[in-house]
Design a protein around this ligand. Structure first.
Ligand code: IDP
Ligand code: MG
Length: 139
């Protein structure tokens, strides 16, 4: 996988609120191409593994409980400079600090229930993509 891909999840809060279509519209309008996508639900073990880097943080249990409470949309996105440009498109972790027009400013409820995930490096984009998708699901 090249450095022009990133991985995203539309999180349970945004799926519950009916924002899948609106968020995908923001993503594709910003020039990202969808290379893989599915509606799925993470198990406790999936989410604990995915967010293992945060396991010592005080919000870890809250995060895993939140991320497993309903379906998510997982997707691999392609664009030049994908990781950085997608982090700009989604905005700061806490929607109160997110720039106007960003996905989190528009759709997030709180620092925890913040509508979308975006990989923070090319290396993590690849690890996270492989966590959710097998080779034949990726275009
Ligand atoms: P990021 O998603 O912007 O990269 P991270 O610091 O990697 O932010 O945190 C991962 C996720 O953990 C956040 O997207 C959010 O859902 C959750 N989270 C981060 N900080 C807090 C917090 O203080 N309380 C509750 N949940 C949090
Ligand atoms: Mg992160």
């Amino acid at each position: 996988m090249s450095g022009n891909r990133t991985f995203t999840m539309i999180k349970p809060d945004a799926v519950e609120s009916g924002y899948i279509g609106a968020i995908l519209e923001k993503i594709t309008s910003a020039g990202f191409t969808i290379k893989a996508m599915k509606l799925t639900q993470m198990t406790y073990r999936d989410a604990a593994t995915f967010y293992e880097v945060h396991k010592e943080r005080p919000f870890f249990e809250e995060l895993v409980t939140f991320m497993t409470r309903g379906p998510i949309v997982a997707a691999i996105l392609e664009k030049d400079n994908a990781v950085e440009d997608f982090r700009t498109l989604i905005g700061a972790t806490n929607p109160e600090n997110a720039a106007e027009g960003t996905i989190r400013k528009l759709f997030a409820k709180s620092v925890g229930e913040n509508a979308v995930h975006g990989s923070d490096s090319d290396e993590n984009a690849e690890i996270e993509s492989r966590f959710h998708f097998s080779g034949r699901e990726i275009f």
